[in-house]
Design a protein around this ligand. Structure first.
Ligand SMILES: [Zn+2]
Length: 224
């Protein structure tokens, strides 16, 4: 098979990607859109996976950019340099989809091979989710249930310095936090313990509350 010029053939988004057996890429949770409970949404550690054929010593970089809409200003989210093997006809690479999503809508990930005209554009939709509302009945269900977590813990690492924060929350007003963990502030912002920058955690809180809300609903439906 003659490969010809470098060519980008496919790209997907997934919750996690890792190098599995025999050097294959394992992707889990492939998606084309995701929910955001608050903006900016910065906390996801998701991946973009791309496949390229016919790469050469002169063109073995794959560059990833993101824009809001097709014509929005592009921001580079990363690049991968492929290691060429003698017999390799194709390469699959992945990198974190590190971006601040400021609003709902269609984003586009632009993948390119510098030094060539090769481009691939993949849309990604951000959908606003409704903030979970807990009724008194929901809270009673949660208090009395033996198989539901009363609260949740989440870790957030600062995208600037990597400092790890442990946050805890619950829909129950009487819930007591463990010592040494942070609560989710009303403002949605915490100050990074490492570099002092502000980190937005509201979207994560909405995501966790929504998971508990779903568990309560399922428990109630299941019990009758
Ligand atoms: Zn930091």
């Amino acid at each position: 098979m003659k490969l010809g010029k470098p060519k980008l053939t496919s790209a997907i988004f997934c919750n996690s990607a890792s190098i599995g057996t025999a050097g294959k890429i394992d992707c889990k949770g492939v998606f084309t859109s995701f929910f955001a409970w608050a903006y900016p949404t910065v906390l996801r550690n998701w991946r973009v996976v791309a496949t390229a054929f016919g790469l050469t010593e002169d063109s073995k970089q794959i560059v990833f950019e993101i824009s809001f809409g097709v014509r929005g200003r592009r921001k580079r989210i990363g690049q991968v340099e492929v290691t060429l093997a003698e017999e390799d006809i194709g390469n699959t690479v992945f990198l974190p989809l590190a971006n601040r999503f400021e609003k709902p809508g269609i984003y586009v990930v632009h993948i390119s091979i510098p030094g060539t005209d090769e481009r691939l554009r993949v849309p990604l939709q951000v959908v606003s989710a409704r903030w979970p509302e807990f009724t008194d009945e929901d809270l009673e269900e949660l208090r009395s249930a033996t198989n539901l977590p009363k609260g949740f813990k989440a870790t957030v690492d600062c995208i600037e310095c990597g400092h790890l924060h442990v946050l805890e929350g619950s829909p129950l007003p009487e819930y007591e936090l463990q010592s040494g963990v942070l609560s989710f502030p009303e403002s949605g912002w915490i100050k990074c313990g490492g570099c002092g920058r502000r980190v937005h955690v509201k979207d994560l809180e909405g995501q966790m509350l929504s998971a508990i809300h779903g568990a309560i609903t399922r428990a109630r439906d299941g019990s009758g």
